[in-house]
Design a protein around this ligand. Structure first.
Ligand SMILES: Nc1ncnc2c1ncn2[C@@H]1O[C@H](COP(=O)(O)OP(=O)(O)O)[C@@H](O)[C@H]1O
Ligand SMILES: [Mg+2]
Length: 309
């Protein structure tokens, strides 16, 4: 860990934008973080990440990186690896945790190994495996996902064999590995974990009902319950499992775990190592409920910046 006084003297780059599908959200996160850190007296500037990131970092004299990129080429360990090579400390998870967490299949395998709850699943790597699954499919609905996308890109909830085939094609076009997951009919939760401690649990309630998970990305279409109205003993277990999920992946700084709750059983879907931090995102909401302002949250993440030993 680097001393706060030292960080105050450093030139900090807020890495955002980039080339992924989540560019716009990332730019908003970056702008909000930039404003917050500047208001606290840190020397920050925005770096809109292009294909010559090393050149950009050198030209701007960046000594520490606050990574505000989402999705591939940002959240997946590649930028982290580059910063390691350049000996530039950065916020959030390191190379391995980032690569594991972006990969929903690898994440679920780690969770299973550590006996943490996640929906039942199968992995498809070849068209033959897909054909076999389609032929032997007995239970619907299923959820079909590309292993390494975010923001529900390429995800289908399928209710028929035809939709299953179509869902597999969609996911396979985006990733070599396709995840077939048990559909959990229940409530959707998310838990942010900051430096090994769970923030209050948020329940996400799409107004237009139940299958329409796209609703949560349209303003006004979603209600957030914070703290989620859940029985106290289960609430605590959900927080503990979320902390453990981040721990087994080796996450650093902040991460956000998405879960489903069905009656009293809950299941981890995935871990996001660079959660959105626009002024209206879930992580800042949870932090605020725990008494941390947006600037305090940004500073807490900044002060954990490091490189692997
Ligand atoms: N197994 C599942 N059962 C029910 N709903 C699911 C399941 N998996 C995903 N979903 C729905 O799809 C959304 C996106 O899935 P998630 O695994 O979090 O991927 P990402 O957020 O990276 O797109 C979830 O927030 C949830 O609404
Ligand atoms: Mg998610």
């Amino acid at each position: 860990m680097i001393e706060k006084q030292q960080i105050k003297q450093m030139q900090i780059g807020v890495l955002c934008g980039g080339l992924s599908a989540e560019r716009e959200v990332s730019l908003k996160t970056g702008a909000a973080v930039h404003r917050a850190l500047n208001s606290l007296g840190y020397r920050t500037e925005i770096v809109d990440v292009g294909t010559d990131l090393p050149g950009q970092l050198k030209a701007a004299g960046i000594e520490l990186a606050f990574i505000a990129l989402h999705g591939r080429n940002g959240e997946d360990g590649r930028v982290q690896g580059l910063l390691e090579m350049m000996q530039i400390p950065y916020t959030g998870s390191g190379v391995l945790a980032s690569s594991l967490a972006i990969d929903k299949i690898a994440t679920k395998q780690m969770l299973l190994y550590h006996e943490l709850p996640t929906p039942g699943f199968e992995v498809l790597k070849t068209p033959e495996e897909a054909d076999r699954l389609i032929k032997n499919c007995r239970h619907l609905p299923l959820v079909v996902k590309p292993s390494r996308e975010g923001s529900t890109i390429g995800i289908s909830i399928v209710q028929s064999i035809e939709a299953l085939r179509h869902g597999i094609d969609t996911a396979a076009a985006l990733d070599d590995e396709v995840l077939i997951e048990e559909f959990i009919e229940g409530r959707e939760l998310t838990v942010s974990v900051l430096n090994g401690e769970a923030l209050p649990v948020i329940e996400i309630v799409p107004k237009s009902g139940f299958y329409d998970f796209h609703a949560k990305y349209t303003a006004g279409q979603t209600e957030y319950l914070l703290p989620a109205p859940i029985d106290a003993s289960i609430y605590t277990q959900i927080q503990q499992v979320s902390v453990a999920a981040c721990e087994v992946l080796g996450c650093r700084g902040v991460a956000r775990v998405d879960l489903m709750l069905r009656e009293n059983e809950f299941y981890c879907l995935e871990v996001n190592t660079i959660p959105g931090m626009t002024e209206t995102s879930l992580l800042p909401k949870a932090a605020e409920a725990a008494g941390l302002s947006f600037s305090q949250l940004a500073e807490t993440i900044l002060l954990e910046a490091d490189i692997d030993k």
